[in-house]
Design a protein around this ligand. Structure first.
Ligand code: NAD
Length: 382
């Protein structure tokens, strides 16, 4: 059985789907491992390090994929017309492809005869926690957001008492306290910032307080029922969002740093920071928008860019936040994939065994045996 790891070719993608540590574990399972040359370079992993771990370093994607049974990627393989190489056409029929693939290519995967698993569709259940790429990547994104905010801020985070006088601590506001937001709170506190946070889910309020941050937000009957059975936020009504905006508009002026992380599953991110709110902030303040990929929480976010508004507020709308900390995010992502494969590994056959009725497998697999099988896509087709 042969496992292939490809170089990522999509713009701004710096991560890699395996590391020397996971290559050794795959070798221990009895797999031959081929890594495309240069696959780990942007994440600080050299070809020599992969070779030392026991991988064959293949000169190009075609050579790496030759005879592969399992293919590991971060992002969906490039299809014809999407870039310099048609990776999709090179995937061996019958191979298992794992990555953060989205759902839009499901038809193409089925046509190619590839069994594709989109790891970001994993159910958020306890048994799946160690395979949860959304959590591992969001955690690092939350950390990195605060580090980038600190770098873009022209003061400091901690209160600095010096012989020349005192520099006040930064006031930090974290909007959305899921995995990324909670890590942002913890990181901002470690740096010495004075942190407040908001969310709509009642459970998040308790978590905010347990991390030592102050809670700011509108609460009513709707917010008390704002969590789905899966732990996500429900889309809030326009009336609730208007009340929330009043509270935010009143509070936001005093903050130096605003870290936006609010998402609603399957929808455009809610706009929580309007242009007038940005205009009310002090010059030199920084807004970091982790939701930029999903449409942004701030009305002045430009995806992929840092903009400075006329009143001197910097708005960081970078996309692919985990990709800005590629060695750590690759290490955790690679372990998530390894855990998925070892959980569903048939030792006797020396191959993956993915029972279709398993909740995790059903959640992840887009295609099997040339058919689109994911429940969400089958409903769409009806
Ligand atoms: P997410 O990325 O979907 O959203 C980020 C945050 O934005 C959430 O906390 C959400 O409540 C908040 N939000 C949405 N609309 C908002 C608004 N209008 N104003 C302010 N905040 C708003 O969420 P996530 O980080 O993926 O985590 C969501 C939940 O899933 C959490 O409860 C978490 O504990 C749970 N979770 C469970 C597991 C598991 O058991 N395996 C793993 C990861 C996360």
């Amino acid at each position: 059985m042969r496992l292939a790891v490809l170089k990522e070719r999509r713009p701004a993608e710096t991560r890699v789907a395996a590391t020397p540590e996971t290559v050794k574990k795959y070798k221990a399972l009895g797999l031959a491992v081929a890594v495309e040359a240069g696959a780990g370079l942007k994440a600080g992993v050299t070809d020599a390090a992969f070779a030392e771990a026991g991988a064959e370093v293949a000169p190009d994607a075609k050579a790496a994929l030759d005879g592969a049974d399992i293919v590991l990627k971060v992002r969906a393989p490039l299809a014809a017309g999407e870039g310099e190489v048609d990776e999709l056409a090179m995937l061996p029929r019958g191979a298992l492809l794992l990555g953060q693939l989205g759902t839009e290519h499901a038809g193409a995967f089925a046509e190619r005869g590839v069994d594709a698993g989109s790891m970001e569709l994993l159910p958020r259940i306890t048994r799946a926690q160690s395979m949860d790429i959304l959590s591992s990547q969001a955690n690092l994104a939350g950390y990195r957001a605060v580090v980038e905010a600190a770098a873009a801020f022209d003061r400091g985070f901690p209160m600095l008492m010096t012989a020349a006088g005192t520099v006040p601590a930064a006031n930090v506001f974290v909007m959305g306290a899921g995995v990324a937001g909670l890590q942002a709170i913890a990181t901002a506190r470690r740096l010495g910032g004075r942190v407040s946070a908001t969310d709509v889910r009642p459970a998040a309020k308790e978590e905010i307080k347990s991390l030592g941050a102050a809670f700011i937000g509108h609460e009513d009957e709707e917010s008390r029922a704002a969590q789905t059975a899966g732990g996500y936020a429900k889309p809030m009504s326009a009336a609730f969002l208007a009340k929330q905006a009043e509270v935010v508009a009143d509070a936001i002026k005093k903050f130096d740093i605003v870290v936006c992380t609010a998402l609603v599953q399957g929808r455009k991110a809610p706009t929580l920071v309007s242009q007038p709110m940005v205009e009310s902030m002090k010059p030199g303040s920084v807004i970091v928008d982790l939701a930029a990929d999903a449409g942004g929480n701030c009305a002045m976010t430009k995806p992929g860019e840092m903009v400075t508004t006329p009143n001197g507020v910097r708005v960081l709308g970078y996309t692919n936040w985990p990709g800005r900390i590629p060695a750590a995010s690759s290490a955790l992502y690679a372990r998530n994939l390894l855990t998925f494969l070892t959980t569903f590994w048939d030792k006797e056959a020396g191959a993956p065994k993915l029972p279709p009725e398993d909740e995790i497998v059903r959640g992840v697999m887009l295609t099997r045996g040339g058919q689109v099988v994911h429940p969400s896509l089958q409903q769409q087709a009806k």
